[in-house]
Design a protein around this ligand. Sequence first.
Ligand SMILES: [Zn+2]
Ligand SMILES: [Zn+2]
Length: 289
Amino acid sequence: MELKQMLWSAARATYRERMIFWLDELEKVNRDARLWLNEVPIESWCRANFQTRPKCDMLLNNLCECFNRYILDVRDRGIIDMLEMIKVKLMWRLRRKKEDMQKIIANGRERICPKILKKLEKLKDESIFYVVEYSGGPSVSCHGHGKTYVVNMMDLCCDCGKWQLTGIPCEHAVAAIVGNDGDPVDYINECYYISTYMNVYSHYINPTEREELWPKPAEDVQPVKPPAQVQKRRGRKVTRRKEPEEIEIAAAQKKMSKKATVRMTCQICHVEGHNKRRHTQGQNKVYLY
Ligand SMILES: [Zn+2]
Ligand SMILES: [Zn+2]
């Protein structure tokens, strides 16, 4: 468990030195784990090594998992039905996203998306713990929580790594901006603008015509033949996804039955954990019942 925490700390570290610190800690506990990690490309799992251009600090591939969940109820359909249903879902989704943002545009005069503004408010709260010192140049020193960070107002980066990674000024940068009578909102990356969002959702999926209106293939073109029917294996069970409640009930039952197990005692040596029959098979062995 300790090892797992260290791995996460290394992955979450936003600058190289911090990442190396945690990897060294991990190595102290388990050298093999470090050697194993050396085989994995570090830029794929460690924030400190992520590229800063995509402005993305996600460690887990939530996008895939979300999409997988999103199409869960249509996944077991035939291929054409499935694609059609996914298409309709996406059609609906794109329209809804656009309409939701249009409502926000109508109600406010912000140019940044609401979730990012919320994040910025939190960062503003954290930034009050920092004391800033201006050099007259683009670099600003920012001291707090026993550490000094250097923010570069020209390059829009901080040596904590977060600003360049996310495109949102980190707490240190916010302190430096606010201390200089600036508005942190002006320093947020363009990718979080409402106008960018609307641009992304400016496209839509057109409905498809029914099959009888589809163009006919030329006469000399042979239609693609379906694959030869494979003999269905008999007696193969259809795997069905368990509902969350079912999983819970099963887990509870398992727990119950474990508790109810009678501990057996050997009639020869009177030691718990094995029976008379197993006695001769080696007394040092631990049997799991
Ligand atoms: Zn910072
Ligand atoms: Zn025994």
